[in-house]
Design a protein around this ligand. Structure first.
Ligand SMILES: Cc1cc2nc3c(=O)[nH]c(=O)nc-3n(C[C@H](O)[C@H](O)[C@H](O)COP(=O)(O)OP(=O)(O)OC[C@H]3O[C@@H](n4cnc5c(N)ncnc54)[C@H](O)[C@@H]3O)c2cc1C
Length: 292
């Protein structure tokens, strides 16, 4: 007897349906395509790999005809030909009456891109692509075909009695999706850092969540070398909890400092702390991957 095992991840050919500016720093892009009916996800901080075309290409170049060898083939292509690969988070998924996915949303940070001043040197291929995206634009997504998959990292142990979340704007989509899934009565403290006051969003949750926003443009030192929340965290008395669970995601240097705070200064069991560097100041995602 053979047992068929479904592959947890697969490629999806998608097209942009709409784009909507959420504030100065973020744009929400909705994607659709017939292959999405195979897309499944339990959401939360579901991460995805997106393959984008270079300017002048009408579709991203990934040698899918090589099957499982696509990665090797993709790496062998010249830099200016092979699709740009970047990590993003599933912000929302819509389905038909049978539960088949019809559309997904991804929220992109437009770093280095200003409406009035255009694109600066700090922009990357993905933020540039997102700033110009329009209906019909083609992308490839490497995403889940199994709802519970290893690209979901937010996994509080069952006995958790307090959820602590920190995110910058790149992990705001993940935090928002996580908050939407927390059951009523879950105690949560959330610290969010965004560049501009216009980036602050209304967040929906049934959890008993206290949310604090930090706006970088209001800070005396608007750089991001240290999380703004760190000072408050050092001073704040957290609700009494015996089994807290911490989830931290955003700029890698900030994530490191916060993890040190929760584990080193607060003595939270390191196994109850999930931390993910979503980007690192000064390094592109390729450079980060090479380093890893
Ligand atoms: C699991 C995971 C989930 C993620 N989810 C999201 C998401 O939902 N939305 C989202 O917008 N991002 C998300 N990110 C972060 C995103 O992948 C990075 O910001 C990525 O570097 C953007 O690619 P780029 O081509 O625009 O810039 P790159 O070419 O990678 O970088 C160019 C330059 O810009 C800098 N840079 C990169 N990102 C930023 C930033 N946000 N602010 C300031 N400078 C930056 C780099 O340090 C580099 O110097 C996620 C990352 C991971 C690992």
């Amino acid at each position: 007897m053979t047992t068929a095992v479904a592959a947890p991840f697969r490629f999806f050919a998608l097209q942009v349906v709409t784009t909507r500016r959420l504030g100065p720093s973020l744009v929400r892009i909705t994607f659709a395509g017939p292959e999405l009916r195979h897309f499944r996800s339990d959401g939360r901080d579901q991460s995805l790999s997106l393959f984008l075309p270079h300017p002048g290409q009408d579709a991203p170049v990934v040698p899918l005809e090589r099957g499982d060898e696509w990665w090797r083939g993709w790496r062998e292509l010249p830099d200016d030909v092979r699709a740009v690969m970047r990590s993003y988070t599933l912000r929302a998924r819509r389905a038909d009456a049978e539960g088949r996915t019809t559309e997904i949303d991804i929220d992109f940070v437009l770093h280095g891109v200003r409406e009035e001043a255009g694109v600066s040197a700090e922009a990357g291929p993905a933020s540039r692509w997102a700033a110009r995206a329009a209906a019909g634009d083609r992308v490839l997504l490497l995403g889940p075909a199994l709802a519970d998959n290893r690209a979901i990292r937010f996994r509080p142990p069952e006995d958790t009695d307090l959820v602590l979340l920190w995110a910058d704007e790149t992990a705001l989509p993940a935090t928002t999706a996580v908050l939407e899934t927390l059951p009523a009565g879950t105690r949560a403290r959330v610290w969010l850092e965004v560049p501009h006051a216009g980036d602050v969003q209304d967040l929906a949750t049934d959890a008993d969540a206290e949310i604090t926003w930090f706006v970088r443009e209001r800070s005396a030192a608007p750089g991001q070398d240290s999380p703004m929340a760190l000072d408050e965290l050092r001073a704040v008395e957290l609700p009494t909890a015996r089994r807290p669970y911490v989830w931290i995601a955003g700029e890698a240097g900030c994530v490191k400092q916060l993890r040190r705070h929760f584990v080193g200064e607060r003595g939270i069991d390191r196994r109850r702390v999930t931390f993910v560097g979503y980007w690192r100041r000064g390094l592109t995602e390729e450079q980060l991957r090479e380093e890893a």
